[in-house]
Every structure is written in C-alpha cells, then in structure tokens.
Design a binder for this molecule. Structure first.
Ligand code: HPA
Length: 277
C-alpha cells in the first residue's frame, strides 16, 4: 500500500465526514459496542473504502464509525484486520495509515487478551505499558517511504508515558482498578500451549493476544501517540484446568462491557480536554 492508496482512502472518508477526528480508536473482539455510543454516527463499511479488505472474524462489524464521543469527534474502528486471517501486514496496518492521513494524533488500541500474569483475573482491564512482538514479522519490512516515517523507528516509548499517566488518573477518578503490564503478540490463530505461556511469562509478559502490535508499530512510525488497553478475557493456557475458547473470550468481554465503555469514554474525554486548544 503506497502513499497514493492511503491518500485515496483518506479522501474518500473525508468526503463523508464534516469534522476532523483527532482521536482514533481500534476496538477489539467483543469491544466494538463502544462505537454504538457515538453520537451522530457516520458509518462507513470497510468494504466501501478503496484499498480496504473485508473483516471476517466473529465479533467484529467491519466498519468505521465517525462521530462525537464525550464531546470529542473520533474515528472508531469497529473490528480490525488480523494477520491470522491471512491479510498481509500492510493490509493489517493500512487503516492506521489512513486514520493518520485523515488527521488523528492519538490512537487508542484495545484488544481481548489472555492473562499470563497469575495475579490477573478474567474481566480485568490492563493498561499496556510495553509490548513484545512475537509474531515473527514486522509491518515495516520492505521499502520505506520517508514521507510516512523513518527507516528505523524508535520504540522506546511505544505507549505514551503521558497518556499512561492520564489513563491511570482517569481510572482512579472513575473508581476502576486498572492492571498494568506487557502485551505479547503471537500470530495465532491457535491459542498458546501451556509451555509457550510459561516461556512468555519468563520473558516478562503479562498478557497475550493476536493483534495490536502491528498497528502500534505503524502508529509509532507515523508519529502517533498511542494508548493501549487489554481486556483480560481469559487466563492463558495451562493456568486454569480448562480449555480456551473464543466463546469464553466473547462472554467475558460481554461481562466487562459496562466498565470498559465507561473507562474508554472517560479516557476520550480526558485526552480531548488535554489536547484541544
Ligand atoms: N491467547 C491469545 N490470544 C487471545 C487469548 C489468549 O489466551 N485470549 C484472547 N485473545
């Protein structure tokens, strides 16, 4: 996907919205309901946008929802593209390039993840402090377009320290207990083995999932500020004596929906009020 394709998709979207979003949201498995809270929504199906693939996974609607959330005009992705669906890394991260081109400065990424840290419980929300890319590839491999970012982007603060502080304040204010930790991305789609989870724990991982990291790498390459939230939908393999299933993931996210919604809405409000002016 070259710069021209990014501009083409962004222009298509700009032609349908009346304001410029400054905050982008990627809503993970079961968390797309947040977009239903957006006022005066303008919904654009990914399949209508030039250059966009269609999303296939259960629990994802596959559309952008633009509109106002807590006074902020936002771009929300109801559903994302995963590497395990067979999309190239370029396709997986194309929406991030497009949101940047439209005008966002901050990206909030969310996902459902398995808890590696044994002090976590299903239903916890975890602020992502850092990540480990264990997917085995990188979305920036290949020709680097200098107009999009540098060849060797720095990831020493992939998840903005300022935004993390803000998020902790927001959590405190709303009486929400927020875990913190390191997110490890695997390609999936099989869940991990117990041996792999022990390995990931020894690496310092707190949660494991199959998304987010490619989008965050591209967001940082593009100069976006990133905030990441994982919804711990299940304990990772081998921790509890029970098998893992996508329906468990969806059930837990359903249960934490209310606190997730409230938290992310407050976050958007707080980010908006500190970044406008
Ligand atoms: N492993 C990987 N990805 C996941 C998990 C998990 O346990 N739960 C939700 N997404």
């Amino acid at each position: 996907m070259n710069h021209e394709q990014i501009i083409k998709a962004a222009s298509f979207i700009k032609g349908k919205i009346e304001e410029t979003p400054r905050i982008g949201l990627i809503l993970g498995s079961g968390l797309g309901v947040l977009a239903d809270e957006i006022e005066n929504p303008v919904k654009i199906a990914y399949s209508d946008i030039p250059g966009f693939p269609e999303s296939t996974v259960e629990g994802h609607a596959g559309q952008f929802v633009f509109g106002t959330l807590k006074g902020a005009f936002v771009a929300a992705m109801q559903g994302r593209f995963h590497f395990y669906e067979g999309y190239s890394m370029e396709k997986v991260t194309f929406p991030v390039r497009v949101m940047k081109e439209i005008g966002i400065g901050t990206l909030i990424v969310t996902n459902a993840a398995g808890g590696i840290n044994e002090s976590f419980e299903p239903g916890d929300l975890m602020l992502i402090t850092d990540h480990i890319n264990n997917i085995g590839t990188n979305p920036l491999i290949g020709h680097n377009d200098h107009n999009l970012g540098v060849r060797f982007p720095d990831l020493s603060e992939a998840y903005s320290k300022n935004l993390r502080l803000l998020a902790k304040n927001t959590a405190e204010k709303t009486g929400l207990s927020l875990q913190e930790g390191i997110y490890i991305a695997n390609s999936g789609p099989s869940y991990e083995t117990p041996a792999e989870i022990r390995m990931l724990r020894s690496w310092g991982g707190d949660a494991v999932g199959m998304s987010t990291v490619p989008e965050v790498i591209v967001a940082r390459h593009s100069g976006l500020e990133v905030l990441g939230i994982s919804c711990i939908s299940n304990m990772a393999a081998g921790i509890l004596d029970q098998p893992l299933s996508h329906s468990e993931v969806m059930e837990t996210t359903e249960k934490v929906k209310a606190s997730f919604l409230q938290f992310v809405k407050e976050l958007v409000h707080d980010i908006h009020s500190t970044t406008k002016r």
